[in-house]
Design a protein around this ligand. Structure first.
Ligand SMILES: Nc1ncnc2c1ncn2[C@@H]1O[C@H](COP(=O)(O)OP(=O)(O)OP(=O)(O)O)[C@@H](O)[C@H]1O
Ligand SMILES: [Mg+2]
Length: 279
């Protein structure tokens, strides 16, 4: 946040994820604009569109931006970026910017989930990741919202009303889908099955933490962090309290990228000052 050490200038982060592209603008140490759009087939175009929308949201022009850092699966094709950085590093930096006491991050995105342990300066100490199957990801929850014919944004809220948690015998997306259909046919209450689905994802995340370990404070990052049912299931299964979000958690990676862009600006400003004082 802004202080006497604030780096002056305008910096941007762009996170081209598998499902959504996000951008955050930092101006003089403060978040000043942001945007979230669906990722298209062309990563470069998605990144540029999200960046333009975030700049528009901030009332700024592309030419105002000093440095841009790109992240996410589409980061490599970001010719507009000064630097590309991995998503894990960016989630850690973004969470550290918002909550300096965070030591553990759970990131659930569209296509993968990650358990990240961070040091006090926001660098990654360790991580574990599941990118092999859809179970335990936003995509899985989207499929399940389709099965229940409810909007994705409501699925977690409905699970919060459960009277009991129906254990799911499978973790594979395809099997959970057919298991859900049979449970519904047997008359099981949808909200109890929905709670069971969120718990099955939380159990998978718990598996990732068996190696990485969990330390307080714990932060939930990524688009799925907007799902309150998922948050509750994680708190119950991992036996932790997750910090209340103060900024859209889906933007955490883009925010971290903007913070890293600001770091590049800070180094450049320091070098310029040193050059002047050496004259
Ligand atoms: N309001 C909401 N409620 C519940 N879930 C949501 C909401 N908005 C977005 N999501 C979930 O967020 C997911 C996208 O999150 P995110 O943008 O972090 O993924 P991504 O970065 O594109 O994916 P990845 O990191 O795996 O490449 C979607 O799959 C969707 O399930
Ligand atoms: Mg992501």
């Amino acid at each position: 946040m802004a202080s006497e050490n604030t780096v002056k200038g305008i910096y941007a982060g762009v996170d081209v994820g598998s499902l959504a592209t996000k951008s955050v603008i930092i101006r003089d140490g403060e978040i000043t604009g942001h945007a979230i759009i669906p990722s298209g087939h062309n990563s470069e175009e998605s990144g540029l569109t999200a960046l333009a929308q975030a700049l528009n949201n901030a009332g700024l022009e592309r030419s105002d931006v000093t440095h841009i850092v790109s992240t996410g699966y589409g980061r490599i094709t970001a010719s507009y970026a000064t630097k590309t950085v991995t998503e894990i590093t960016c989630h850690a930096k973004g969470a550290n910017y918002l909550f300096p006491n965070v030591r553990t991050i759970i990131d659930i995105g569209g296509q993968d989930c990650k358990a990240i342990r961070v040091d006090p300066d926001g660098t990654v100490a360790d991580f574990a990741m599941n990118d092999k199957c859809a179970a335990g990801t936003g995509r899985f929850l989207e499929v399940m919202a389709g099965v229940f014919k409810v909007p994705l944004a409501q699925l977690g809220e409905l699970a919060l009303e459960a009277e009991a948690i129906v254990p799911m015998s499978s973790t594979c997306t395809v099997f959970v889908e057919s298991e859900t259909i049979s449970l519904l046919a047997r008359g099981e209450k949808p909200k109890n099955i929905q709670a069971g689905i969120h718990h099955s994802i939380a159990l998978r995340i718990a598996g990732l933490f068996s190696r990485v370990g969990i330390r307080s404070d714990v932060y939930f990052s990524g688009g799925v962090a907007k799902n309150k049912g998922m948050r509750k299931a994680l708190e119950e299964v991992l036996k932790v309290t997750i910090v209340e979000p103060v900024f859209d958690p889906q933007l955490t990676g883009a925010l971290g990228a903007a913070v890293l862009a600001e770091g590049i600006g800070a180094k450049a400003q320091k070098r310029a000052l040193e050059a002047v004082s050496a004259q």
